[in-house]
Write a protein that binds this ligand. Sequence first.
Ligand SMILES: Nc1nc(=O)c2c([nH]1)NC[C@@H]1CN(c3ccc(C(=O)N[C@@H](CCC(=O)O)C(=O)O)cc3)C=[N+]21
Length: 298
Amino acid sequence: MTATIIDGKAFAAGVRGQVTTEVERVKAAGITPGLAVVLVGEDPASEVYVGHKHRATIEVGMTSFEHRLPADTSEGDLFALIDRLNADPAVHGILCQFPVPAHLDERRTVARIDPAKDVDGLSVTNAGLLATGGDALVSCTPLGCLMLLRDQLGDMTGLDAVVIGRSNLFGKPMAQLLLRENCTVTIAHSRTQDLAEVCRRADILVAAVGRAQMVRGDWVKPGATVIDVGITRGPHPDKPGKSRLLGDCDFDSCAEVAGAITPVPGGVGPMTIACLLANTLTACCRAHGLEEPQGLTA
Ligand SMILES: Nc1nc(=O)c2c([nH]1)NC[C@@H]1CN(c3ccc(C(=O)N[C@@H](CCC(=O)O)C(=O)O)cc3)C=[N+]21
């Protein structure tokens, strides 16, 4: 069997197209959705992602506010900026790119962001709303995975879903979303006993452990849908001095067994950015009491 390759890049382009149309509608009502991205320090990978986000935001017709702060920014200065963005009516979404330098605290930083503008869905309010069935802003990467899964599988009722990874940014919200879709959900992680055996039970296998190519074909149930959330940059095997991105799945062996699988790159990554735009639009519509777009939320 050879798996269907889920084209996240194409799907994300469709989502961005829908966001573009909706942004026009909101602009006709006199409001331009705005996204503020805060980057503290000079992590090269973060620079690249923030650049992608900036371009994508402008492309869909929103306003992009970029705030680059030096690595030694104090918590007080960072919080002063967040307070200004919270109060700014032109800003509907705020994202503070992680990781932040070690002297800053991610939990305290997230807690400072107005939950109504928390387009990463990381605040206690949004995590709690998601867990209790409310209208949360949902973390962008799990939301993107949900969109791909819905498109691929339709009704997921009764399916066994295994999420490898338990982070607040991904594993936990992904598990909540799958539970909402009536899956039987297992959250596995690096300490799970007999991880391969647990994975082999999964109709839906979502890998977000952060270890390149850890999931092998013999971990995959025949016909399963495999979502690869990993993005590890490693040396390129053929081009010296160049790098390439690796997922958490060993693509070739998994694709021989799976029914469908997302590639890296071109799978989940582009969906993350598309969902960041979708969340900003949703936050904007909620802030102004405008009708929310369909199909862009959980
Ligand atoms: N507060 C916060 N929220 C985040 O959502 C967040 C973050 N911090 N820190 C870093 C991670 C990583 N992340 C990605 C976004 C897009 C791609 C993406 O577009 N990837 C492309 C390729 C990119 C490339 O070639 O480098 C792909 O997979 O096809 C990847 C990774 C968001 N993150």
